[in-house]
Design a protein around this ligand. Structure first.
Ligand code: ATM
Length: 247
């Protein structure tokens, strides 16, 4: 089935042994599992995407809670991760370290590989166990954000191993107007991160659509209008992706 989670060659692939650990002073959102036993052979990966200020973190929470209430074993997570590479990425985002855009893109790809395969809470193993993993950002974030500074094809290539290991059953893109996103960012955050400038948001949004177009027929993408009340958006996401997550 197109878009189904696949783990080809997972066991003969690379097994990266890395511990977890939150970046100091950074709130790492990790919902953990709800502790229920898996009744399905395999779980699913559901990825949430959107420009900053799209409200995707709220939707990840609402969607994961709803899955949990339905009795589906669920693990909520995010990228950049709270693992060592993710912590380094956050230092770059805070402007503490400068990094050439291609190096930064490679770092995100490496963080994603660690997210998939790390020994303690690698999500590839969780999906294999039957847990549905809901992630706040996955490889489409890389395609969109980094292709502003380098050819998208190179970003896709840099993430080829990740995509080969685990493809989302569905990618939910929460589409918001960059002005609305910018207003939300300015209201909610003390510090503006590297990408949170209006023109940048506009460019990144365009790149998301370019990536969806480029991978049409290869990825299961659902686009929802994020310029509405959160509960309304959550209902639409549930209609569109709830069934896939429970299959
Ligand atoms: P969150 O705001 O969703 O925590 O993401 C942090 C930043 O990381 C976000 N931009 N800002 N500001 C998007 C950026 N990012 C990338 O540039 N590439 C990626 O692959 C991912 C997962 C995130």
């Amino acid at each position: 089935m197109e878009g189904r989670s696949v783990l080809p060659g997972f066991y003969d692939g690379i097994w990266v042994v890395r511990g977890g650990g939150a970046a100091a002073g950074w709130e790492c959102r990790d919902g953990g599992t709800n502790g229920r036993r898996a009744e399905v052979e395999k779980g699913r990966l559901i990825a949430f995407e959107g420009i900053d200020g799209s409200g995707k973190s709220t939707q990840v929470r609402l969607f994961s809670e709803r899955l949990g209430k339905e009795g589906i074993p669920v693990y909520a997570t995010m990228e950049p991760t709270c693992l060592p590479i993710g912590s380094l990425i956050r230092r770059v985002l805070r402007g503490e370290i400068r990094m050439e855009p291609r190096v930064f893109a490679a770092l995100f790809a490496a963080d994603r590989l660690d997210h998939l395969l790390n020994e303690e809470d690698g999500i590839a193993a969780k999906v294999l166990e039957g847990i549905t993993v809901v992630t706040d950002r996955y490889y489409f974030s890389s395609y969109a954000y980094h292709s502003v500074d380098m050819p998208m094809e190179q970003v896709i290539q840099a993430n080829a191993m990740n995509r080969g290991i685990l493809r989302p059953a569905v990618t939910v893109f929460i589409d918001v107007d960059p002005d609305t996103a910018m207003d939300r960012i300015l209201q909610n955050r003390e510090r503006q991160e590297l990408f949170e400038k209006r023109s940048r948001l506009e460019e990144v949004r365009k790149k998301y659509f370019e990536a969806f177009d480029r991978l049409k027929g290869q990825e299961n993408v659902v686009i929802v209008d994020g310029n509405r009340p959160p509960a309304e958006i959550a209902d639409e996401i549930w209609e569109a992706a709830g069934g896939t997550a429970q299959m």
